[in-house]
Design a protein around this ligand. Structure first.
Ligand code: XMP
Length: 519
């Protein structure tokens, strides 16, 4: 799968390391387009002249297992500068006549490496005698190919950094892509600018121009429909398409009744009134509530909401004649958590709701212009597209909405209470300047009532759970460490202002083992 933006790029060949995505990000953060492909799928004949460098990722395999079905070794004979990381480093040595075997001392965690020779790859990397780097390997190179020389060593890895100047092969046994590796970014910047000599081509402005061009090429004069949720991703898709094809875009916004407080008004205001997008507003609150009546199982809730959403969307989109395309705000991490883009299987954690079944049923083709972007890239692109900061900096909100923040039964009374609690929490975060420091925050309503006392009266009301996390992309997360005074402030505000909640708790679990949402 390729975005085929026809840009000069660094190609990252994924051998299944948990850090592969980070490599893509690091290169893009340095302003150069990079793309991820599976080791099983990429063939040397598919690599075109716009691939200016290759990075072989780490992975759980053993080099002896790498037969021709698993990796086309001719890729290493194309004369393209190549950086191997961990397993990738072992591949480079093995296929050039070196030897790899299980290490006597496995290295997991931080290790010190020491410079032994100079190389373009380590220009300004060793600003002191040694560097702390992150190791995670059981095998290691123990005999270097003839043309290779050692650049740096650790106590347990003689060949921690190696190079073959002739072939422009570079290997690092550690993981420069993880933040624990000191100065790791320098390895990448040296590789891309000093070795691959690739110019910067990946700024939000570059992306805007390229993506608009791509969308125009893909859809031609045809009409496109788009499910607009008001969240960052679909908003950016809608505005990108608005810029690309104007009135040939039709956005449908379904109010499921499970949105955040006042969300529907804001969406109509922004997209219909300000950005002049063709927007069809559908109020389906009653339909969703009636279908969700008596349902408590999380996956059932998700399925019901997803299916009904599709049905309603289909109902309204049929009213627009001759639609050929459906635009979706699918992102890179969305693809990776449910179905790996690179073809390596990762486990499906929750059934993520999008308009999945629709393209087939309606014979629609998909337009997914953000599918290779990370969330922070999407946000920057949104700003470049003149979307207001309030939409851009908005925390992610799941498709099934408040339904999955309300374990147990979904009732109008609970929705009303939850909308208010969430509103107070989010308003307090904004008021205290904390909102932008947090990746995602929300209030949830737990299906238990507890006893309280207010004034002289006994209360018996719901328990409100607050969740606020920091994360890079939602794949892993940690709880946000609020000051006690803030938690006290929000708790008081919620309990004093909302009838129906008499107790507030703060969730301090990370992901994993928990997930960000409750269901
Ligand atoms: P979890 O709960 O899986 O959430 O840790 C990770 C991120 O994904 C969001 N999320 C969803 N987004 N449809 C979406 O569009 C969904 O069904 C869905 N479920 C979870 C969640 O809010 C968090 O940002």
């Amino acid at each position: 799968m390729s975005l085929d933006l026809n840009l000069n790029k660094i190609l990252i060949i994924d051998f299944g390391s948990q850090f592969t995505q980070l490599i893509v990000r690091r290169i893009r953060e340095l302003g150069v387009y990079s793309e991820l492909v599976s080791h099983k799928k990429i063939k040397s004949t598919q690599i075109k002249s716009n691939t200016k460098g290759i990075i072989l990722s780490g992975g759980p395999l053993n080099v002896d297992e790498l037969n021709n079905n698993l990796f086309d070794k001719r890729i290493l004979r194309l004369g393209i500068p190549t950086l191997g990381i961990c397993f990738g480093h072992q591949i480079l040595s093995k296929f050039n006549g070196g030897k790899v075997k299980q290490s006597k001392h496995r290295e997991f965690g931080l290790a010190n490496i020491y410079k032994r020779n100079s190389s373009l790859l380590i220009d300004n990397f060793f600003n002191k005698k040694s560097k702390k780097v992150w190791m995670s390997h059981a095998d290691q190179v123990y005999k270097l190919p003839k043309t290779f020389k050692v650049i740096a060593s650790s106590e347990n890895s003689k060949y921690a950094i190696v190079e073959s100047k002739v072939e422009k092969f570079f290997g690092v046994q550690f993981h420069p892509e993880v933040t624990h590796s000191e100065n790791g970014k320098k390895i990448f910047s040296n590789f891309i600018s000093k070795i691959c000599k690739i110019k910067k081509n990946w700024s939000p402005k570059d992306q805007k121009i390229k993506l608009i061009k791509e969308v125009r090429q893909q859809v031609g004069h045809n009409k496109v429909i788009c499910a607009l949720s008001g969240g960052v991703d679909s908003s950016v898709v809608a505005q990108l398409l608005n810029k690309a094809i104007g009135k040939k875009l039709y956005c449908i916004f379904v109010n499921t009744g499970l949105l955040r407080k006042n969300e529907e008004t804001q969406v109509v205001q922004t997209f219909k009134k300000r950005l002049k997008i063709n927007l069809i507003y559908v109020n389906a609150e009653k339909e969703f509530l009636s279908k969700l009546k008596n349902v408590t199982d999380p996956e059932k809730k998700r399925k019901i909401i997803g299916n009904l959403f599709i049905k309603i969307f289909e109902r309204y989109s049929k009213k627009i004649k001759d639609v050929k395309y459906l635009a979706q705000g699918t992102l890179y991490p969305d693809l990776i958590e449910s179905k790996s883009v690179t073809g390596s299987q990762t486990s499906k954690i929750k059934s993520h709701h999008n308009v999945g079944g629709l393209p087939k049923r309606m014979k629609l083709k998909l337009v997914e212009p953000l599918k290779f972007l990370f969330k922070d890239e999407v946000r920057k692109l949104g700003l470049e597209l003149n979307l207001n900061r309030e939409i851009i900096s908005r925390h992610p909100f799941p498709g099934p909405g408040l339904a999955i923040r309300m374990p147990g039964l979904i009732t109008p009374e609970k929705i009303k209470i939850l909308k208010e609690a969430d509103y107070y929490f989010i308003s307090a975060l904004k008021e205290k300047g904390l909102y932008d420091k947090i990746w995602q925050a929300y209030a949830a309503l737990l299906p238990v009532k507890t006893v309280g006392v207010m004034g002289d009266n006994r209360t018996y009301e719901y328990l409100c759970l607050l969740r606020a996390i920091t994360s890079e992309d939602g794949m892993t997360a940690d709880y946000f460490d609020f000051k006690k005074s803030f938690l006290q402030y929000v708790s008081n505000k919620i309990v004093n202002s909302i009838r129906g909640i008499n107790r507030v708790v703060y969730d301090v679990t990370s992901k994993p083992p928990s997930t960000i949402e409750l269901e």
